[in-house]
Design a protein around this ligand. Structure first.
Ligand SMILES: NC(=O)c1ccc[n+]([C@@H]2O[C@H](COP(=O)([O-])OP(=O)(O)OC[C@H]3O[C@@H](n4cnc5c(N)ncnc54)[C@H](OP(=O)(O)O)[C@@H]3O)[C@@H](O)[C@H]2O)c1
Length: 235
């Protein structure tokens, strides 16, 4: 796909991997809508990019009506990147139930809600690409102790992506659904959850964003369904 003049909506586009994806999309002349829950942060991200290609939407992905209102303000979406996410490290027996709910709502429901809101627009024009950012924690081989709720939410994203892909493919439409499964990246995801983890040897989200661009720009004849990227833990 040639990204020039296309429109992409990136959830969690004000921070971490999402922000790096936005930067790369703009570099490739794609119009980008940054969607985040904090209006100030979303506007600050737009300001940093200094580009007329960038617009913003503020909404909490935990609330479908807010998503619907936000999506109503958009004209055309060619690419949806479901990137927003939160994490927590807690043994389950002491994990705060509200925080459990938040993780499942942002990571899993947020991805399903956003896709539910945008898919009708893509179906109408019979084209579009949806990339769901799951995690290696969303695969049977991934995950760490004390991440059970995060892992469950990401397995949900993985299952949703597989199932929706079957549903869309059965309709023989031109909509592409892709699951992306990164290992550890050097972002503020962990510190925001209160975890004191050295992430300096984790993957650079700027490099991962370039892989996302490669995926989007590949020729239509090359099918990609699920892409896993992980760091070399021997380094
Ligand atoms: N970092 C890793 O090692 C790693 C590994 C595998 C997968 N992932 C996945 O990669 C994705 C991006 O994470 P990241 O590492 O880039 O973390 P990040 O920098 O914390 O970015 C997460 C983004 O999600 C937004 N967000 C959180 N709750 C939201 C809500 N209720 N509504 C709307 N937006 C919300 C955040 O907004 P605020 O800035 O306002 O909080 C932020 O923009 C996540 O899905 C994460 O699970 C990360």
């Amino acid at each position: 796909m040639n990204l020039k003049n296309k429109t992409a909506l990136v959830t969690g586009g004000n921070s971490g991997l999402g922000f790096e994806i936005v930067k790369q999309l703009v570099k490739n002349k794609c119009k980008v809508i940054i969607l985040g829950k904090d209006g100030k942060k979303v506007k600050a991200a737009k300001k940093k990019l200094k580009s007329s290609l960038v617009s913003t939407l503020t909404c909490n992905l935990q609330d479908f009506s807010q998503i619907e209102q936000a999506v109503k303000k958009t004209k055309n979406i060619d690419i949806l990147i479901n990137c927003a996410g939160i994490i927590a490290y807690q043994p389950l027996e002491i994990h705060d139930p509200q925080n459990i709910k938040d993780i499942v709502e942002v990571n899993l429901l947020g991805t399903i809600y956003m896709t539910r809101a945008i898919l009708p627009k893509m179906k109408k024009k019979n084209s579009g690409t949806i990339i769901n950012i799951s995690s290696t924690s969303g695969l049977m081989t991934g995950g760490h102790p004390n991440e059970s709720v995060y892992i469950a939410s990401k397995h949900g994203v993985t299952g949703f992506t597989h199932a929706l892909k079957k549903e869309i493919d059965a309709e023989k439409s031109n909509i592409n659904i892709l699951g992306f499964y990164p290992g550890g990246m050097n972002t503020r995801l962990f510190s925001k959850s209160g975890l004191d983890q050295d992430t300096s040897k984790f993957m650079d989200p700027a490099e991962i964003a370039k892989i996302i661009i490669f995926i989007l720009e590949r020729p239509d004849s090359i099918k990609m369904d699920h892409v896993l990227v992980n760091r070399d833990k021997n380094l």
